[in-house]
Design a protein around this ligand. Sequence first.
Ligand code: SF4
Length: 104
Amino acid sequence: MMSKREEAVELSQNGMSMREISNELGISYNTVYGWLRKPKSGKTGDNADRHLCRTCQYSMGSYRKSNAGMNCNYIGITGKKRPCKPESCTVYVKGERLKDKEDE
Ligand code: SF4
């Protein structure tokens, strides 16, 4: 069974607009936009749109995000440099945000 996201991608490839997909699948326009927008950077990869970062245990809380758009706190939590680029992240773990090593 296809997920709503996969359905949205397929409908988009068939020429439907984001608004039409939103109505067709009964989900908000903003959600569809988040799934289908092209990354500003032009970078490619499974996480090019940073959707994984939203549910990742290494993500910073929004109150700590910098204006530069930094969202990953892998180094603060593990004490190690992330071994991958964010757009093709290999260390993603779904879960509640973890605290910094220093905060423990
Ligand atoms: S570890 Fe990867 S998925 Fe998690 S916040 Fe950092 S870049 Fe995003």
